[in-house]
Design a protein. Structure first.
Length: 437
């Protein structure tokens, strides 16, 4: 209005001093110069929406199906909104997976006043009850009398808000939301814009829900792995203590003195029947001592706490296998010895023990070959293979109610290894473990 008033005054002055006809020419030129920006803006408002391309929204809806990475999904959503609506102000918040009703700023453009984080309060539960897409004024009105904390007030009263988009899980939980500013072309958001945005929001909601489910599964897997580690550490420590108690207390404190006393008595007794009885008792006591040592070795093999003890452990298990089954079990070491972390070695032995057990008890194997290939350089993995000539030659798979193979996979996963079961062409199976040590 001020511009028009100044123009009218200027034309009045020119009409008084210029010859007839000239004021009209000057007025037309002046008006065209002054009104051009207004005309351009009006034209943009009239024609921009007709020419608006929704290609970025359509491309984003497809791209959202190609990844589960939260940061990538956020970037796809932000780019689509900014490219379609002429770079409007934008803030995207995502739910904190650890704290209900808390959200974290994941992306923003031209909105420095948006808080980095919004702690649990009224806003998140209220948004979970809002439509997928709603006008900012409706959000403000619904929260006008709510008791909001500072961060909630900051995002609610941030300048230049047009639309709020709500990412809501099918369960009703809030996955996140975005605050979208006005279209920089000054074009209002029309019905077709809303329809396209709602399609994008549906795709984004599904994508972020899948991402949240994947992240939850990943965290649960990590938690299970940590629990497995803790259980195995506790088990190994308990077995080690039990083996030590058997060896130090039972054998040394009770059995060994008995053996010494019986040997001494046998040397002093001349009565044949009594000597025979003592000799029989001595042999039984010696067998008891040997059995207790064997139990100690089975509970906690002596090489298990030695970083270079893997060859010893292979030899022990090969000998033990041959004592309990009428087959042959050989072991081979390739490469130079390499120290192995105690935790890794314990899991390797668990896989070794279960593989031998499967070959003997389930595959009716008559030959087992244990081979360790030590790495030639740090980046190369250690490789353990257990080959048998069992009858099936089929790939072993976990079955309900049988935890052995599940346990082998868990052991491999616990040490960052890769476990495979490979059938031999002529029958039998190869169990292969690769792990960087």
């Amino acid at each position: 209005m001020a511009t028009i008033s100044i123009m009218v005054i200027a034309l009045s002055v020119l009409a008084a001093v210029l010859p007839p006809g000239w004021p009209l020419v000057v007025g037309i030129v002046t008006a065209s110069v002054l009104l051009t920006p207004y005309a351009a803006r009006l034209g943009a408002r009239i024609f921009a929406n007709r020419d608006r391309s929704y290609a970025p929204l359509h491309a984003a809806a497809h791209a959202l199906t190609t990844t589960l990475d939260t940061a990538a999904l956020t970037q796809i959503l932000a780019n689509a909104l900014r490219d379609t609506f002429h770079q409007p102000r934008l803030g995207i918040y995502l739910a904190d997976p650890d704290i209900p009703h808390a959200v974290q700023l994941a992306w923003r453009a031209d909105a420095p006043e948006l808080p980095e984080r919004i702690e649990p309060g009224v806003l998140a539960p209220a948004l979970a009850a809002q439509p997928m897409l709603c006008e900012a004024r409706n959000v403000h009105e619904s929260l006008r009398h709510a008791d909001l904390h500072a961060a909630e007030l900051a995002v609610l009263h941030a300048p230049d808000q047009a639309l709020w988009g709500v990412l809501r899980h099918a369960s009703g939980d809030l996955l996140g939301f975005f605050v979208l500013g006005a279209d920089r072309s000054l074009e209002p958001y029309r019905a077709e814009d809303w329809r396209e945005l709602q399609r994008l929001m549906a795709a984004a909601t599904l994508a972020f829900a899948h991402s949240a489910a994947y992240e939850e599964q990943r965290r649960a897997t990590a938690c299970i792995r940590d629990l497995y580690h803790e259980v195995q550490r506790t088990r190994d420590a308990t077995l080690s203590m039990l083996a030590r108690e058997l060896h130090d207390e039972i054998i040394h404190v009770y059995v060994r003195p008995n053996l010494h006393a019986l040997r001494t008595m046998c040397k002093q007794i001349s009565d044949p029947p009594l000597y025979a009885a003592l000799t029989t008792l001595l042999k039984r006591e010696e067998k008891l001592a040997e059995a207790l040592r064997e139990i100690c070795e089975r509970i906690h093999p002596s090489g298990l706490d030695d970083p270079l003890g893997l060859p010893t452990l292979l030899r022990i298990h090969a000998i033990r296998a041959e004592t309990m089954w009428p087959g042959t079990c050989t072991f081979h070491i390739n490469g130079d010895l390499h120290p192995i972390a105690i935790d890794q070695q314990a899991e390797i032995v668990r896989i070794l023990r279960e593989s031998i057990n499967n070959a003997v008890q389930h595959a009716d194997a008559t030959r087992i070959r244990l081979t360790v290939h030590y790495p030639r350089h740090p980046a190369e993995p250690l490789q353990l293979t257990i080959d048998d000539n069992g009858r099936s030659g089929t790939v072993a798979r976990p079955r309900p109610g049988q935890r052995g193979i599940y346990g082998m996979y868990a052991s491999a996963d616990a040490i960052g290894g890769h476990l495979t079961f490979e059938p031999h062409t002529g029958g039998g199976t190869r169990v292969r473990l690769r792990v960087v040590v």
